[in-house]
Design a protein around this ligand. Sequence first.
Ligand code: MN3
Length: 245
Amino acid sequence: MVKRLAEVALCQALALALATVATAQNIPLPPLPYDYNALEPHVDEATMRVHHLGHHATYTEKLNVILATLREDPTTKVLAKSGVDALIRNMDSVPASLRTGLRNNGGGFVNHEFFWSIMAPPSNGGGGQPTGGLLEAMQSQFGSFEAFQQAFTKVALDRFGSGWVWLYYSLKSQMLVVDSTPNQDSPMMTEADAAPIVALDLWEHAYYLKHQNKRAAYISAWWNVVNWGRASELFATIPVLKSEL
Ligand code: MN3
């Protein structure tokens, strides 16, 4: 009996140790770079809380299950270490059985982390317009910043159902691109060296509490919190990316 109890205790200790190792390897939910109410009144606190603690947390949890599955197999173990961005940019490297899960949950993980990073409170850099090279590229390609905003808004309104609208730089065509993707897809999934500059979540969970079905009102409010300083910095790093190709 004593021996049996010792065995049970040992098993429990081993299970706990294994669970601790697995948990230690888990990617945590990336924190918001500001308070939940920081984007008020343009993006409301209730939406930010459920969006981050509900939706983004769920994508993160499900991504961790996929990464744990990759780690279990010696032939795919190395992939789990390559970083989520690298996996998204190279979906074909992942076993077909895990690809849909990675597309949805890896996409959801990186898209939301990026989305939080390109917003800022109006009192701390949100709104206005870009500067430097990004503004010049917009003027050259779209005619003006306002014309870019109109093009971006149109693509956002035309996306049927859930998805994202993006401004990204295509290293392949050496141009800024405005386009939308369905679900949690990213331009990086179809163009491995696409460099996202800004993105807007078009899922109803991103605006329904405040704007109900009025996507146009959500987009219009969102311009007040776009972190153009960050977007301009991202654009400025592109020549560095180019030289690394
Ligand atoms: Mn979302």
